[in-house]
Design a protein around this ligand. Structure first.
Ligand code: ATP
Length: 341
Protein backbone atom coordinates (compact mmCIF):
# COMPACT_ATOMS: atom_id res chain seq x y z
CA UNK A 1 0.00 0.00 0.00
CA UNK A 2 1.38 3.36 -1.04
CA UNK A 3 2.13 6.00 1.65
CA UNK A 4 2.69 9.77 1.63
CA UNK A 5 5.83 11.43 3.03
CA UNK A 6 6.93 15.02 3.36
CA UNK A 7 9.40 17.25 5.22
CA UNK A 8 8.25 18.70 8.55
CA UNK A 9 7.64 22.35 7.71
CA UNK A 10 5.71 24.65 5.27
CA UNK A 11 2.45 22.73 4.60
CA UNK A 12 3.31 19.32 6.09
CA UNK A 13 0.28 19.29 8.40
CA UNK A 14 -2.14 19.98 5.55
CA UNK A 15 -0.46 17.38 3.30
CA UNK A 16 -0.45 14.59 5.88
CA UNK A 17 -3.96 15.31 7.18
CA UNK A 18 -5.17 15.16 3.56
CA UNK A 19 -3.39 11.85 3.01
CA UNK A 20 -4.91 10.40 6.18
CA UNK A 21 -8.38 11.53 5.09
CA UNK A 22 -7.81 9.48 1.93
CA UNK A 23 -6.85 6.47 4.05
CA UNK A 24 -3.12 6.48 3.26
CA UNK A 25 -0.24 5.92 5.67
CA UNK A 26 1.57 9.15 6.53
CA UNK A 27 5.29 9.66 7.18
CA UNK A 28 6.98 12.85 8.32
CA UNK A 29 10.68 13.58 8.00
CA UNK A 30 11.28 15.92 10.90
CA UNK A 31 14.21 17.74 12.40
CA UNK A 32 14.67 16.66 16.02
CA UNK A 33 13.81 20.14 17.31
CA UNK A 34 10.35 19.97 15.72
CA UNK A 35 9.41 16.50 16.99
CA UNK A 36 7.50 17.93 19.96
CA UNK A 37 5.22 19.90 17.66
CA UNK A 38 4.44 17.13 15.22
CA UNK A 39 3.82 14.48 17.89
CA UNK A 40 0.67 16.39 18.80
CA UNK A 41 -1.08 15.25 15.62
CA UNK A 42 -2.59 11.76 15.49
CA UNK A 43 -2.80 11.68 11.71
CA UNK A 44 1.01 11.38 11.47
CA UNK A 45 1.72 7.64 11.52
CA UNK A 46 5.51 7.63 11.52
CA UNK A 47 8.21 10.23 12.11
CA UNK A 48 11.73 9.83 10.71
CA UNK A 49 13.95 12.05 12.85
CA UNK A 50 16.92 13.78 11.24
CA UNK A 51 19.46 16.38 12.40
CA UNK A 52 19.04 18.28 9.14
CA UNK A 53 16.79 17.71 6.13
CA UNK A 54 19.70 16.77 3.87
CA UNK A 55 20.04 13.64 5.97
CA UNK A 56 16.89 12.17 4.52
CA UNK A 57 18.81 11.58 1.29
CA UNK A 58 20.96 9.00 3.08
CA UNK A 59 20.45 5.26 2.85
CA UNK A 60 18.82 4.80 6.24
CA UNK A 61 15.93 7.19 5.63
CA UNK A 62 15.58 6.19 2.00
CA UNK A 63 15.23 2.52 2.89
CA UNK A 64 12.43 3.29 5.41
CA UNK A 65 10.65 5.32 2.76
CA UNK A 66 11.14 2.63 0.11
CA UNK A 67 9.84 -0.07 2.44
CA UNK A 68 6.65 1.98 2.82
CA UNK A 69 6.25 2.62 -0.92
CA UNK A 70 6.35 6.30 -0.05
CA UNK A 71 5.64 9.12 -2.48
CA UNK A 72 7.39 12.34 -1.44
CA UNK A 73 5.42 15.59 -1.63
CA UNK A 74 7.85 18.45 -2.42
CA UNK A 75 7.17 21.89 -0.95
CA UNK A 76 8.90 25.23 -0.37
CA UNK A 77 11.19 23.97 2.39
CA UNK A 78 12.61 21.24 0.16
CA UNK A 79 13.42 23.87 -2.47
CA UNK A 80 14.84 26.37 0.01
CA UNK A 81 17.07 23.87 1.81
CA UNK A 82 18.29 21.62 -0.98
CA UNK A 83 20.16 22.21 -4.19
CA UNK A 84 18.64 21.30 -7.54
CA UNK A 85 21.16 18.44 -7.79
CA UNK A 86 20.13 17.04 -4.42
CA UNK A 87 16.44 17.25 -5.31
CA UNK A 88 17.00 15.56 -8.66
CA UNK A 89 18.93 12.77 -6.92
CA UNK A 90 16.05 11.79 -4.61
CA UNK A 91 15.54 8.05 -5.11
CA UNK A 92 11.93 7.66 -4.01
CA UNK A 93 9.11 8.85 -6.32
CA UNK A 94 8.46 12.60 -6.06
CA UNK A 95 4.90 13.77 -6.64
CA UNK A 96 4.54 16.04 -9.69
CA UNK A 97 7.62 16.88 -11.73
CA UNK A 98 10.94 17.18 -9.85
CA UNK A 99 12.71 18.40 -13.02
CA UNK A 100 10.59 21.56 -13.18
CA UNK A 101 11.72 22.67 -9.70
CA UNK A 102 14.98 23.91 -11.25
CA UNK A 103 12.92 26.17 -13.53
CA UNK A 104 11.35 27.71 -10.45
CA UNK A 105 14.70 28.56 -8.82
CA UNK A 106 16.54 29.87 -11.89
CA UNK A 107 15.36 33.34 -12.96
CA UNK A 108 16.22 32.88 -16.65
CA UNK A 109 14.49 29.51 -16.96
CA UNK A 110 11.54 30.89 -15.01
CA UNK A 111 11.21 33.79 -17.43
CA UNK A 112 11.43 31.41 -20.41
CA UNK A 113 8.60 29.21 -19.13
CA UNK A 114 6.39 32.20 -18.30
CA UNK A 115 6.88 33.70 -21.76
CA UNK A 116 6.26 30.32 -23.43
CA UNK A 117 2.99 30.24 -21.43
CA UNK A 118 2.10 33.64 -22.94
CA UNK A 119 1.70 35.20 -19.51
CA UNK A 120 2.05 38.99 -19.24
CA UNK A 121 5.38 39.39 -17.50
CA UNK A 122 6.51 42.82 -16.23
CA UNK A 123 9.41 44.14 -18.26
CA UNK A 124 12.95 43.50 -17.09
CA UNK A 125 15.17 46.60 -16.85
CA UNK A 126 18.59 45.46 -18.16
CA UNK A 127 20.83 48.01 -16.39
CA UNK A 128 20.33 50.62 -13.62
CA UNK A 129 20.94 53.49 -16.07
CA UNK A 130 17.77 52.46 -17.93
CA UNK A 131 15.55 53.11 -14.89
CA UNK A 132 13.00 55.76 -15.85
CA UNK A 133 9.93 54.54 -14.00
CA UNK A 134 9.15 52.85 -10.67
CA UNK A 135 11.01 49.51 -10.49
CA UNK A 136 11.46 46.71 -7.99
CA UNK A 137 14.96 45.29 -7.44
CA UNK A 138 14.89 41.67 -6.32
CA UNK A 139 17.63 39.45 -4.98
CA UNK A 140 18.28 36.18 -6.82
CA UNK A 141 17.05 32.89 -5.41
CA UNK A 142 14.06 32.40 -3.14
CA UNK A 143 14.88 35.30 -0.83
CA UNK A 144 11.18 35.53 0.08
CA UNK A 145 11.07 39.25 -0.59
CA UNK A 146 13.64 40.16 2.06
CA UNK A 147 15.86 43.04 0.98
CA UNK A 148 13.82 43.77 -2.16
CA UNK A 149 13.43 47.49 -2.76
CA UNK A 150 11.70 50.05 -4.94
CA UNK A 151 13.51 52.74 -6.89
CA UNK A 152 12.41 55.39 -9.33
CA UNK A 153 15.76 56.55 -10.73
CA UNK A 154 19.31 55.30 -11.12
CA UNK A 155 20.45 57.58 -8.26
CA UNK A 156 17.78 56.23 -5.94
CA UNK A 157 18.69 52.65 -6.95
CA UNK A 158 22.42 53.17 -6.24
CA UNK A 159 21.71 54.64 -2.81
CA UNK A 160 19.57 51.67 -1.78
CA UNK A 161 21.83 49.09 -3.43
CA UNK A 162 24.77 50.44 -1.44
CA UNK A 163 22.88 50.06 1.83
CA UNK A 164 22.26 46.38 1.01
CA UNK A 165 25.96 45.94 0.18
CA UNK A 166 26.89 47.49 3.53
CA UNK A 167 24.47 45.14 5.26
CA UNK A 168 26.21 42.20 3.56
CA UNK A 169 23.01 41.06 1.83
CA UNK A 170 24.40 41.47 -1.70
CA UNK A 171 27.79 41.96 -3.33
CA UNK A 172 26.76 44.17 -6.26
CA UNK A 173 24.44 44.76 -9.23
CA UNK A 174 24.78 41.19 -10.47
CA UNK A 175 22.93 40.01 -7.35
CA UNK A 176 19.87 42.04 -8.26
CA UNK A 177 17.15 41.61 -10.89
CA UNK A 178 15.39 44.85 -11.83
CA UNK A 179 11.81 44.73 -13.00
CA UNK A 180 9.08 47.24 -13.84
CA UNK A 181 6.86 47.67 -10.76
CA UNK A 182 3.19 46.87 -11.41
CA UNK A 183 0.70 48.62 -9.16
CA UNK A 184 -2.46 46.74 -8.23
CA UNK A 185 -3.88 43.86 -6.20
CA UNK A 186 -1.63 40.90 -5.44
CA UNK A 187 -3.16 37.53 -6.25
CA UNK A 188 -1.72 34.03 -5.96
CA UNK A 189 -3.64 31.64 -8.21
CA UNK A 190 -3.58 28.03 -7.00
CA UNK A 191 -4.11 25.21 -9.49
CA UNK A 192 -4.04 21.42 -9.66
CA UNK A 193 -3.45 19.60 -12.91
CA UNK A 194 -4.42 15.92 -12.98
CA UNK A 195 -2.36 13.92 -15.47
CA UNK A 196 -4.70 10.95 -14.92
CA UNK A 197 -7.73 12.92 -16.10
CA UNK A 198 -5.88 15.45 -18.26
CA UNK A 199 -7.82 18.13 -16.39
CA UNK A 200 -6.98 21.46 -14.79
CA UNK A 201 -8.70 22.46 -11.54
CA UNK A 202 -8.58 26.01 -10.21
CA UNK A 203 -8.29 25.44 -6.49
CA UNK A 204 -8.22 28.83 -4.84
CA UNK A 205 -6.65 32.23 -4.63
CA UNK A 206 -4.90 33.93 -1.77
CA UNK A 207 -3.35 37.24 -0.95
CA UNK A 208 0.06 37.58 0.62
CA UNK A 209 0.86 39.94 3.43
CA UNK A 210 4.35 41.33 3.26
CA UNK A 211 6.24 43.35 5.81
CA UNK A 212 7.03 46.07 5.87
CA UNK A 213 5.72 47.28 2.52
CA UNK A 214 2.14 46.93 3.84
CA UNK A 215 3.01 48.87 6.96
CA UNK A 216 4.21 51.78 4.86
CA UNK A 217 0.70 52.28 3.51
CA UNK A 218 -0.39 53.22 7.05
CA UNK A 219 2.13 56.03 7.35
CA UNK A 220 1.21 59.37 5.77
CA UNK A 221 3.47 60.39 2.88
CA UNK A 222 4.59 63.48 4.82
CA UNK A 223 6.03 61.21 7.52
CA UNK A 224 7.69 58.97 4.97
CA UNK A 225 9.69 61.80 3.42
CA UNK A 226 13.12 61.78 4.91
CA UNK A 227 12.89 58.21 6.20
CA UNK A 228 16.28 56.96 5.02
CA UNK A 229 15.31 53.41 4.93
CA UNK A 230 14.61 50.45 2.61
CA UNK A 231 11.24 48.75 2.67
CA UNK A 232 11.12 44.99 2.38
CA UNK A 233 8.62 42.46 0.95
CA UNK A 234 9.12 39.73 3.55
CA UNK A 235 6.15 37.32 3.54
CA UNK A 236 4.39 37.14 6.90
CA UNK A 237 1.19 35.29 6.07
CA UNK A 238 -1.66 34.73 3.64
CA UNK A 239 -5.35 35.48 3.62
CA UNK A 240 -8.23 34.17 1.52
CA UNK A 241 -9.56 35.95 -1.51
CA UNK A 242 -12.25 35.48 -4.16
CA UNK A 243 -12.06 36.99 -7.62
CA UNK A 244 -14.68 38.79 -9.66
CA UNK A 245 -16.38 36.02 -11.60
CA UNK A 246 -15.62 37.76 -14.88
CA UNK A 247 -11.90 37.15 -14.26
CA UNK A 248 -12.22 33.38 -13.90
CA UNK A 249 -12.23 32.40 -17.55
CA UNK A 250 -8.84 34.05 -18.07
CA UNK A 251 -7.54 32.37 -14.88
CA UNK A 252 -8.31 28.93 -16.34
CA UNK A 253 -6.78 29.91 -19.67
CA UNK A 254 -3.55 31.07 -18.00
CA UNK A 255 -3.36 27.80 -16.07
CA UNK A 256 -3.93 25.74 -19.22
CA UNK A 257 -1.33 27.67 -21.19
CA UNK A 258 1.14 27.10 -18.35
CA UNK A 259 0.46 23.35 -18.33
CA UNK A 260 0.86 22.99 -22.08
CA UNK A 261 4.03 25.16 -22.19
CA UNK A 262 5.58 23.04 -19.42
CA UNK A 263 4.73 19.87 -21.35
CA UNK A 264 6.74 21.27 -24.26
CA UNK A 265 9.70 22.55 -22.21
CA UNK A 266 10.07 20.26 -19.16
CA UNK A 267 8.67 16.79 -19.64
CA UNK A 268 6.40 15.34 -18.30
CA UNK A 269 5.02 18.86 -17.71
CA UNK A 270 3.37 20.61 -14.79
CA UNK A 271 1.62 17.74 -13.02
CA UNK A 272 -0.01 18.27 -9.62
CA UNK A 273 -0.25 21.57 -7.74
CA UNK A 274 1.21 24.86 -8.92
CA UNK A 275 0.68 28.57 -8.44
CA UNK A 276 0.85 31.58 -10.76
CA UNK A 277 1.70 34.70 -8.80
CA UNK A 278 1.18 38.31 -9.79
CA UNK A 279 -0.79 41.53 -9.72
CA UNK A 280 -4.15 42.60 -11.18
CA UNK A 281 -3.80 46.14 -12.52
CA UNK A 282 -6.50 48.81 -12.71
CA UNK A 283 -7.91 47.28 -15.91
CA UNK A 284 -8.17 43.80 -14.41
CA UNK A 285 -5.17 42.66 -16.45
CA UNK A 286 -3.01 40.08 -14.67
CA UNK A 287 0.77 40.57 -14.63
CA UNK A 288 2.73 37.49 -13.49
CA UNK A 289 6.11 37.90 -11.86
CA UNK A 290 6.53 34.41 -10.48
CA UNK A 291 5.30 30.82 -10.37
CA UNK A 292 5.72 27.94 -7.96
CA UNK A 293 5.87 24.50 -9.53
CA UNK A 294 4.59 22.68 -6.41
CA UNK A 295 2.17 23.22 -3.53
CA UNK A 296 2.36 26.72 -2.00
CA UNK A 297 1.91 27.59 1.68
CA UNK A 298 -1.05 29.81 0.72
CA UNK A 299 -3.11 26.62 0.33
CA UNK A 300 -2.92 26.19 4.13
CA UNK A 301 -5.79 28.63 4.52
CA UNK A 302 -8.06 26.18 2.70
CA UNK A 303 -7.64 22.99 4.75
CA UNK A 304 -11.44 22.60 4.66
CA UNK A 305 -11.58 23.51 0.98
CA UNK A 306 -11.82 26.89 -0.76
CA UNK A 307 -14.79 28.58 -2.46
CA UNK A 308 -13.43 27.20 -5.74
CA UNK A 309 -12.69 23.62 -4.62
CA UNK A 310 -16.24 23.58 -3.20
CA UNK A 311 -17.52 24.09 -6.73
CA UNK A 312 -15.64 20.97 -7.84
CA UNK A 313 -16.05 18.62 -4.87
CA UNK A 314 -19.00 17.88 -2.59
CA UNK A 315 -16.67 17.27 0.36
CA UNK A 316 -13.91 19.31 2.04
CA UNK A 317 -10.98 19.14 -0.38
CA UNK A 318 -7.65 20.65 0.57
CA UNK A 319 -4.75 20.66 -1.88
CA UNK A 320 -3.09 18.04 0.37
CA UNK A 321 -6.09 15.77 0.10
CA UNK A 322 -6.37 16.32 -3.66
CA UNK A 323 -2.77 15.13 -4.12
CA UNK A 324 -3.41 12.06 -1.96
CA UNK A 325 -6.50 11.24 -4.03
CA UNK A 326 -4.46 11.39 -7.24
CA UNK A 327 -1.78 9.15 -5.70
CA UNK A 328 -4.37 6.64 -4.46
CA UNK A 329 -6.07 6.50 -7.84
CA UNK A 330 -2.76 6.17 -9.70
CA UNK A 331 -1.64 3.34 -7.39
CA UNK A 332 -4.91 1.51 -7.96
CA UNK A 333 -4.55 1.83 -11.73
CA UNK A 334 -0.82 0.92 -11.53
CA UNK A 335 0.02 4.32 -13.03
CA UNK A 336 2.13 5.84 -10.25
CA UNK A 337 4.76 6.71 -12.85
CA UNK A 338 2.22 9.07 -14.47
CA UNK A 339 1.92 11.24 -11.36
CA UNK A 340 5.52 11.08 -10.04
CA UNK A 341 9.07 11.56 -11.31
P1 ATP B 1 9.27 33.86 -3.21
O1 ATP B 1 10.34 32.89 -3.59
O2 ATP B 1 8.98 33.93 -1.76
O3 ATP B 1 8.01 33.72 -4.06
P2 ATP B 1 10.70 35.69 -4.78
O4 ATP B 1 12.07 35.90 -4.28
O5 ATP B 1 10.54 34.76 -5.93
O6 ATP B 1 9.82 35.29 -3.57
P3 ATP B 1 8.76 37.47 -5.96
O7 ATP B 1 7.64 36.55 -5.62
O8 ATP B 1 9.07 37.67 -7.39
O9 ATP B 1 10.08 37.09 -5.18
O10 ATP B 1 8.50 38.91 -5.30
C1 ATP B 1 8.27 39.09 -3.90
C2 ATP B 1 7.21 40.17 -3.71
O11 ATP B 1 7.61 41.39 -4.35
C3 ATP B 1 5.85 39.85 -4.35
O12 ATP B 1 5.04 39.09 -3.51
C4 ATP B 1 5.28 41.25 -4.61
O13 ATP B 1 4.71 41.84 -3.49
C5 ATP B 1 6.50 42.03 -4.97
N1 ATP B 1 6.73 42.08 -6.43
C6 ATP B 1 7.58 41.30 -7.14
N2 ATP B 1 7.62 41.67 -8.43
C7 ATP B 1 6.76 42.70 -8.57
C8 ATP B 1 6.37 43.53 -9.67
N3 ATP B 1 6.91 43.38 -10.87
N4 ATP B 1 5.47 44.51 -9.43
C9 ATP B 1 4.93 44.68 -8.20
N5 ATP B 1 5.28 43.94 -7.13
C10 ATP B 1 6.18 42.97 -7.28
Amino acid sequence: MVSVATLGSHCALQVLKGAKDEGLKTILISEKKRERLYKRFDFIDEIILVDSFEEFLDNKSTSILEKNDAVLIPHGTLIAQMSTKQIESIKIPVFGNKWILKWESDRELKQQLMLESKLNVPQQIPTPNKINQLVIAKRHGAAGGKGYFLASSEKDYIKKRDILIQQGLIKGDSDLYIQEYVMGVLAYLQFFYSPLQDKLEFFGVDKRHESDIEGLARIPASEQIGMDYISSFNVIGNSPMVLRESLLDEVYQMGERFVSASQRLVKPGMNGPFCIEGVYDQNGKFWSFEFSARIVAGTNIYMEGSPYSTLLYDEPMSMGRRMAREIKKAAKQKKLDKVTT
